[in-house]
Design a protein around this ligand. Structure first.
Ligand code: C5P
Length: 300
């Protein structure tokens, strides 16, 4: 049984992520896809609040305004259950997640909430799990969870669980850079988008070529704009043609660097300092109508 410190509740901000570079190089026997991806975090957070009770009990979750997320499928609950099997804790644990990150958006909100939950529990324990211990739990929760245990910018490979930090110079280039996020009213299922991938969608013929691209970017031989790519755009664009139309229009009319976030449905555009963002926002709002999510944020 873990021994908790005197602190019995804690709030942890859970940042959103975007994949600046996402290359798929094959489908594995276990059904997952082999990835090489560069993941950056954004100044857009959910807030995860945890409370540990003295008495035994289960895991209880509240997501104000999102009753559809209040169940055992929630990745934060899954993280607690795996954490319990590692630590032996049977105490009642309450989780409250105040959502700011849209769901089914490709921004990693659910995974980030799960990792914030693990970090919060760890912060309250007298004997803490190591980073390696947390990574092992995170990997069992979801493919992109491990990346949330890394500082701002990281490279993830395998199904997303093998993570390493990105060269410091590329990190410095990114921090503070402004981003516009925009998402249509409907969300996309990650499993469905991966399921619709064809091998002809893979941007690189081998993992080694994708690795070379990342290396070039880390060395400063390519710009962020040249570097940004996402192999998951192909299956999304085939099914949701309005997403491709919008991305193309923003590229052509405003010369913006625009990309689908992960498996979507959120998209991101870099915002140059000199740009008047209002015509861009108006175009998206008028075209995609009600129910859209839009936020100006920056890389952290
Ligand atoms: O690991 P996670 O539960 O986040 O993945 C959701 C779904 O996305 C998986 O069930 C799988 O269908 C797909 N996926 C994949 N290859 C990856 C990561 C996810 O095919 N590397």
């Amino acid at each position: 049984m873990p021994v908790f410190s005197g602190i019995r509740n804690v709030s942890v901000p859970a940042p959103a992520k975007v994949n600046l570079f996402l290359s798929v190089s094959g489908r594995r026997k276990d059904g997952f896809h082999e990835l090489l991806t560069v993941i950056a975090k954004l100044n857009l957070y959910d807030l995860v609040t945890l409370e540990v009770h003295d008495q035994p009990g289960g895991t209880h979750i509240l997501c104000p305004g999102h009753s559809e997320l209040e169940n055992s499928e929630n990745l934060a609950v899954r993280a607690v259950n795996i954490w319990r099997s590692v630590t032996g804790s049977d105490q009642r644990i309450s989780i409250t997640i105040n959502k700011k990150i849209p769901v089914q958006a490709g921004l990693g909100g659910g995974s980030s909430d799960a990792v914030a939950t693990l970090l919060g529990l760890n912060a309250m324990m007298q004997e803490k799990l190591s980073l390696q211990g947390l990574l092992e739990i995170a990997t069992q929760v979801g493919s992109d969870c491990a990346s949330f245990l890394m500082p701002g910018l990281c490279v993830a490979s395998g199904r997303g669980e093998k993570v390493r930090e990105v060269d410091i110079a590329s990190r410095a280039e990114l921090v503070g850079k402004k981003v516009l996020l925009f998402k249509p009213g409907l969300g996309f299922s990650t499993a469905q988008i991966f399921g619709n991938l064809k091998s002809s969608d893979y941007g690189f013929t081998s993992l080694a070529f994708a690795e070379q691209e990342i290396e070039k970017w880390e060395k400063g031989e390519t710009t962020l704009s040249q570097f940004m790519r996402n192999d998951l755009e192909a299956p999304v664009f085939r099914k949701f043609v309005f997403v491709e139309a919008m991305i193309q229009e923003l590229k052509e009319r405003f010369q913006l660097d625009v990309l689908l976030c992960g498996s979507g449905s959120c998209c991101l555009s870099l915002i140059p300092d000199e740009l008047d963002i209002n015509p861009v926002r108006n175009l998206i709002e008028e075209s995609w109508g009600s129910g859209i999510f839009m936020a100006e944020t920056h890389f952290i």
